[in-house]
Design a protein around this ligand. Structure first.
Ligand code: ADP
Length: 279
């Protein structure tokens, strides 16, 4: 009877394990369904009317309803700016939810990193001009300050990475906009590239801005984290940009890091595996 009792005990354990696995799986499915509902609700119920409101405000501001009083124009501009901030926040929340629930689709392509980076520098020029910052491409292979790779080589035009070009552009826009936002007027933001030990291709964005306080550095990639979260801060933003950037880079099988010295500046770098099919 001891053997019989033992077998019954094992069978009971198996049943309990199966039931627990099934209930965990059901719970996970429920969370995924809730995330999907959240994403579609946010998209349709918040983003769509907000886009319409912003369009209407823009038309009013441009004088479609007749010439406007100076004060009315100023109020419309305030509403427009805050509407844009709200839209930015909604877009960022949507991106991070989609990334976490695996709903963000990637259109993979093998593309030369050099051309992607040059394009990003061109596209972000007007943004840099808004901050009176000069955005330049480093002429040679550039080594971020805290790395000491003896195997640094310049990037060849044919060095490819497998990425979604639009998502890569989003990564570059986030890093460049952060560098510009935290630089003083007239400063330079340098975008560099290099090949590291023949397996990795790297792009870095270096500024000589206000740097990141030591105490805040461990939290830089956390959601909603901002060194200065006060309403009086000079720069806008949601504190989600770097969390999204890190998730996008990791989705593209890359790594991201930074080196920053308070009051001296920061350098953010992204490394992506070199696409060997095209070498
Ligand atoms: P935000 O929307 O605030 O820009 P991010 O996630 O992009 O959010 O960045 C988080 C915080 O990290 C910023 O609020 C800022 O405090 C700090 N940070 C990011 N990049 C830089 C930089 N290049 N120089 C100084 N601080 C930076």
């Amino acid at each position: 009877w001891i053997w019989g009792a033992g077998a019954a005990f094992v069978a009971l354990l198996l049943i309990i394990t199966c039931v627990s696995i099934i209930s965990q799986w059901r719970h996970r499915q429920k969370i995924i369904a809730m995330q999907q509902t959240f994403i579609s609700t946010v998209s349709h119920e918040l983003r769509t009317p907000l886009t319409v409101i912003l369009g209407a405000l823009n038309m009013l501001h441009s004088g479609i309803g007749g010439t406007l009083d100076k004060d009315v124009k100023r109020l419309i501009a305030v509403a427009n700016d805050n509407g844009k901030r709200l839209k930015l926040l909604i877009d960022d929340i949507l991106d991070i939810e989609k990334l976490e629930s695996g709903q963000l689709t990637f259109k993979w392509q093998s593309v030369p990193l050099k051309s992607l980076v040059e394009e990003a520098v061109d596209i972000n020029q007007p943004y840099a001009e808004n901050f009176a910052v000069s955005l330049v491409l480093a002429p040679q292979a550039s080594t971020p300050p805290d790395t000491n790779d003896a195997l640094t080589q310049p990037l060849e035009s044919s060095d490819c990475v497998e990425v979604d070009p639009e998502r890569f552009a989003q990564v570059m826009a986030n890093l460049i906009s952060n560098a510009c936002k935290h630089s003083l007027q007239g400063a330079q933001v340098v975008v560099g590239t290099r090949r590291v030990d023949n397996h990795w291709l790297e792009v870095s964005v270096t500024d000589k801005g206000n740097g990141i306080p030591w105490s805040f550095q461990p939290r830089v990639f956390e959601r909603f984290a901002q060194a200065d979260g006060s309403d009086k801060r000079r720069t806008g933003g949601t504190g989600l940009g770097l969390a999204i950037t890190k998730a996008l880079v990791e989705e593209m099988r890359g790594t991201i890091g930074f080196h920053s010295i308070p009051h001296e500046g920061s350098c953010f770098w992204v490394r992506l595996p070199k696409d060997k099919k095209h070498s």
